[in-house]
Design a protein around this ligand. Sequence first.
Ligand code: ZN
Length: 434
Amino acid sequence: MSDFDLLIRGHPNDIGISAGIFVEVGPNLRGSATEEVDATSLAIFPGVIDSHVHFNEPGRTDWEGFTSGSGAAALGGTTTVFDMPLNSHPPTINGAAFDAKREAAEQSSFVDFGLWGGMLPDNLDQLPVLRDRGVVGLKAFMCNSGIDDFPYVDLGTLKQGMRIAAELDLLVAVHAESQETTERLTRRKIAEGKTNVADFLESRPIEAELDAIRAAIDIAAESRCRLHVVHVSSGLGVELVANARSRGVDVTCETCPHYLLLTEADMAAIGPTAKCAPPLRAAAEQMALRDRISDITTIGSDHSPSPPEMKRSENFFEVWGGISSCQHLLALVHSCGLDPNRIHEMTSANVADRFGIRQKGGITIGKDADLALLDPNERVTITADRLNYRHKQTPYTGRSLPRIVRTILRGQTIAADGKVSARPTGKLVRPNRS
Ligand code: ZN
């Protein structure tokens, strides 16, 4: 019998893995191994935990599904995803819907998965059930979600819901854009027949995001609920969160690669595949966001695909909003030129910490042996035929990114050399509650 199932030769440390967990980490490990991988010239990251994907299963597998979505994630160095409660049908807003999604994911996910629950105006009585099922948190929209069976919460409902969530020790994530502002501006544009990219951008200004973040922070402070503001697009938004945290409010935030790498000029140039909400911002705002990176806790892809027909319309307001990017999360973050330690924190350690997933989030003895090996010296150009998504569309086509060489989940290689190489073995992860 070997000392290790898998031994990764790295620099400066080697990594010994047995029975799916890290068992030894240090320079020049001795002992026999069933398999040995030379990673001395590679960058070694803990497997990425992408806390924000929309795989749309069950119910809308024609949009994506766990098979293609989780395969894409695996190709990109992601070993765990947290799937959002909307876009699947039924949405994950009660126990039965949670069970249906869990079953679908257990059958076809190549990566481990956590499931978000939804907070809607009419499901607050279901929050304890969702907590007991093991949701990683609750997602609420402060403006229209674009999905009819996932209505937004008004501030009164959000307050009520966050009080319940605080009692249940559940984290609440908000899509923070003011319904009042976005609805008013959208109505005006459409009434005037102004429906191009610039009009869409003007209908969702940064102020709409800031108003919603302020309101959510006030409620978090009052209810003592843990708050995570997802996909913050502006430096001022991050600043609000950081200031509240320094006052003792339990609030963190997430951003996405597109806010760091694409601007509103790209939205205009690329068109529908680059539509998202909050929208991409001007270059100066992007600089402000990058300047605030040390105050951002997590980075998620917000992978949100749709069939190509929904990405085609003369009216930009009618185009489905969502960027496909889960296959390149780590490579995109790496291409931002961040310190490797900051990448490790934002893509893995901080996620595990914030969501209470104790068995993941670092290359530490006893944790799940989840790894992403990236070659910083070899680049790959993103082309449609290399995308594992159901629909081969992403705003990053043509971009050259560092190559992800191998992805390891609990000691097993799940993707290598651009191919998903294993049967689906993903398991549910849930927060550890003390
Ligand atoms: Zn999302």
